[in-house]
Design a protein around this ligand. Structure first.
Ligand SMILES: C[S@@+](CC[C@H](N)C(=O)[O-])C[C@H]1O[C@@H](n2cnc3c(N)ncnc32)[C@H](O)[C@@H]1O
Length: 299
């Protein structure tokens, strides 16, 4: 398939970095800046150790989000702030509808006995950050590794649909064993049930912009010989595989293109990669298990 050059290289937009507030006061100021009901949310969050209760967020733009627990609430508050920082609408309604659809499909798969564990949206911050990048930069071609049930795939395809342009190529080597698979001495418990295909969460209406390549990223990526506007890693989080994918991405990204990665805290690959290439990129996010860099324009 031919993709041509990305749209980014016309006028790459330089994105500011986003840092999660670290101390109690900065977190409180973040809530006040983003929420109309920040006082009651602050009480319920209590930051360290808020009880696992659902809570409603009423954002400054009037949009509401029902968060399942304080962790997701705080994640959404940061997502909103990041969207504002990057000058794009947070589209809370869109996020909320996708999130509910995913939740109900996962719950059904569990009650139908297809999934033994309900894969929650654990990686959601990296996915939402990448969703925003797609909405801001309007990439022509996005490549992601690691599909599983298809949470990231769903969000990315929705962002492309909203853009009215662009394609997503996903690479997945689905693990079918409910006991998980291991690397670097760790067990990764994500699996795709035999009766389901990778990306089964993605609605048919979004699949027109999608191409799924099955196989290990180390085998598939070298066969993709085109420029990429955005790359997202969420496959095998071994040091070796992450470094391989980051290097492949940097080589294939257009100037101003973005590489995002989930689970950067699993090992030192992201830090080492950034150190190795510090003259060629800027770090946008290195927090909440999410790593994101923007390749320097013209590199
Ligand atoms: C964490 S899950 C992906 C979750 C997905 N991004 C989401 O948001 O729902 C990781 C997926 O990558 C697959 N995988 C593992 N090793 C891989 C490899 N070397 N190449 C490609 N995919 C791999 C796993 O089997 C699993 O389907």
């Amino acid at each position: 398939m031919l993709y041509g050059r990305g749209v980014l290289n016309l006028a790459p937009k330089s994105l500011p970095g986003y840092v999660f507030p670290k101390d109690g006061l900065s977190r409180l100021l973040l809530l006040r800046r983003t929420l109309n009901n920040w006082v009651s949310v602050a009480r319920k969050l209590k930051f360290e150790g808020g009880r696992a209760q659902p809570l409603t967020l009423i954002f400054k733009n009037g949009e509401e989000f029902n968060a399942r627990n304080p962790r997701k609430a705080y994640l959404m508050v940061n997502y909103y702030a990041m969207a504002r920082l990057w000058g794009v609408s947070p589209e809370i309604g869109v996020i909320s509808r996708i999130s509910q659809d995913i939740e109900s499909k996962l719950n059904k798969a569990v009650s139908d006995g297809l999934l033994t564990t309900n894969t929650r949206e654990g990686s959601l911050f990296s996915v939402l950050a990448a969703f925003l990048v797609i909405r801001v930069l309007k990439p022509r071609l996005v490549v992601e590794t690691g599909v599983a049930q298809g949470i990231s795939t769903y969000y990315f395809l929705k962002a492309l649909e909203l853009n009215g342009a662009g394609r997503l190529v996903s690479v997945d080597h689905p693990n079918r064993d409910p006991a998980g698979y291991s690397y670097d001495g760790k067990v990764d418990t994500v699996y795709v049930p035999e009766k389901l295909s990778p990306g089964w969460l993605v609605p048919d209406s979004l699949r027109g912009r999608w191409e799924l390549r099955l196989g290990r990223s180390s085998e598939i990526l070298p066969t993709l010989d085109f420029e990429v506007d955005m790359f997202h890693h969420d496959s095998e989080h071994s040091y070796q595989n992450m470094m391989f994918e980051y290097e492949w991405a940097l080589q294939h990204l257009v100037g101003g293109g973005v590489l995002s990665s989930d689970d950067v805290t699993w090992n030192g690959a992201f830090t080492d990669f950034v150190g190795r290439h510090h003259g060629e990129l800027r770090v946008l996010i290195n927090d909440w298990s999410t790593g994101m860099i923007q390749k320097a324009p013209g590199k």
